[in-house]
Design a protein around this ligand. Sequence first.
Ligand code: GLN
Ligand code: ZN
Length: 745
Amino acid sequence: MSTAFGQSTVLGYPRIGANRELKKAVEAYWAGTIDADDLESTAAGLRAEVWRTLRDARLDAIPSNVFSYYDHVLDTAVAVGAIPTRFTRLGLSALNTYFAMARGVDAEPALELTKWFDTNYHYLVPEIDSDTVFTPDPTKALREYAEAAELGITTRPVLVGPATFLLLAKGDDPFARIDDLVETYARILTALADAGVAWVQLDEPAYVADRTPNEIDALRRAYTRLGELANRPQIFVATYFGELGDALPALLGTPVEAVGLDLVAGPGNLHRLAAAGPLGGKTIVAGLVDGRNIWRTDLRAAITAGATVAGLADHMAVSTSCSLLHVPVDLADETRLDSRLSERLAFARQKVDEVVVLGRALRDGTTSLPAPVPPIPAQWRHDDVRGRLTALRPTDRQRGDYATRADRQQERLGLPELPTTTIGSFPQTSELRKARAAHRAGRLDDAGYASRMRAEVEHVIRLQEQLGLDVLVHGEPERNDMVQYFGEQLDGFAATEHGWVQSYGSRCVRPPIIYGDVARKAPMTVEWSTYAQSLTSKPVKGMLTGPVTILAWSFVRSDQPLADTADQVALALRDECHDLEAAGIRVIQVDEPALRETLPLRKSDQKAYLDWAVGAFRLATSGVADDTQIHTHLCYSEFGEVITAIDALDADVTSIEASRSKMEVLDDLAAIGYSRGVGPGVWDIHSPRVPPRDEVIEALRRAVAAVPARRLWVNPDCGLKTRAYPEVEASLRHLVAAAAEVRGN
Ligand code: GLN
Ligand code: ZN
């Protein structure tokens, strides 16, 4: 028996609740203030609310199993029984085993957390080995399906597909287990069919990245096998975040009933579909509404694309380009946004309406559509900024030669060999957070707040002097978040009140919206940095967030190329560098922790991205004199494709995460001929553990063997904002002592 797919759908919906109810409930459960039943009833309430919302919006194909207590990849691991024995042997309840995998317990570290494709969402990495025993456990999917059915709502359970699941896993060759895993999916699908499920959605986004013929062949085998099952729901394979290559004809050749394509991030999917030949009665689910950005859809353009799909396929449905997990819940909750901005926006709830309107228009022929979005108003343009950008010459992204710079900087700074420093932030104590909250709520006035922050800066400077560090920082007490802090001070950025998006587990972020030309109204950091510098004769680093990271952690305007927005941000930072320098700051660090995470998924797109990313960084940092030292900081150690780009940033000093990878990064840098300063992290700050002095000495000895001591810096892996003072003091003491010891040799 076959049921039509429906006309309009979403691939997923935010699960945190409009007021982050889920965050509050799981955190209360972890703290022991509510029990499992309380947690479960909050969760059931949130799920019911989502289904009712989607039904009332007249969406006619509604997903389920998109709820998660922590992460949907972890849910899929549980559904296929891939729970590592190190967790099953803890003997905990199912729920607590789940949270143990997500967060770790004293005896067992959590599963690794990593970025979900090129988004800012993080998933838990399944651990799959040759001896992992897969066993089907469709409990969660069945429960959610039944819950929705109780409400009279028929849903389509969603799971991560078997091929993507294994491609995201780690272990010794997880992908070798594909045929095995597919048998487990077969049993899950049969169980779903027995419960009356008509459609299931299996997500295979991994196939929008470069894949080997073997991986594509495995995809074909997987869906041929699942498609041939006698007793199963109809299968919808969803892909998103880009263009499918050879995986498209492979999928179209299998018996699955529906295939989803992202036409926002992968407009080329349209041509591929046209070239693919007969579609064999399949439903094509056209992702026409952007699931990752917050702008209203250009409905006319979407209808044109949708009509092309309709001309190629027997059946088509309209959907979001990916799950709506990546956008805030409801624009209606924003009461303070300028109306000229809010009329351009669509959050998850509004995007559902767009999908429904598009589905109807494509079925019934275009009727009346809402007015198109007007171009940005003149007030949001900064012609001065645009003028400066058009007048840029290549030399504006170029500093003097490095050897000269290094000499001048050394003359001015007089640093010892193996200089010690930190990455910027010092512990964000609860008193600091309280002061910020009080200031925001108006309970602490500007002067009171500033003096509180200045006291903190002074404390941090005194501590660093006492510890004997060489290049100091002010500690960043005034920053809530390294992007939001700049967003709040730049023109062209807006902050939302409730625009929360899940980053991982219970952690949510509120990305700023870049809606107009970016311009600096006034110096942003100079007061803090010069105050800190006034307290010491040692150099204090100015601290800025780089253009790529600012874009990566914001919602970015879509009416001009990213490269142009990045350059606008870069100009603002260039002016800031200039002002810091003029105020006597001798070292400036421009952080780019997001440089690698927004790397395009396909190799063929990477060069263009790295070109503008590097160009923007250089525009931001090339306006200073030779004797001003530019640092950058990167938060990862697997450089892979970006290593030459890191070299091309041309920073005088690069600090990088290295302690977990045992300094391997140094060999990688040496291999490409990197010849400037480098600070491989010698203290893993993601753990509360204090590295013993001898361990730091050993790490430094390894580093000195790979990099001449005059180019080597001594620093932690990352900022210290999540750490507590006792660990920080002890660890930094070891760091300074280790540097002294190794210098002595
Ligand atoms: N300067 C920032 C800090 O120390 C860098 C943070 C980061 O790398 N993510 O907090
Ligand atoms: Zn970092």
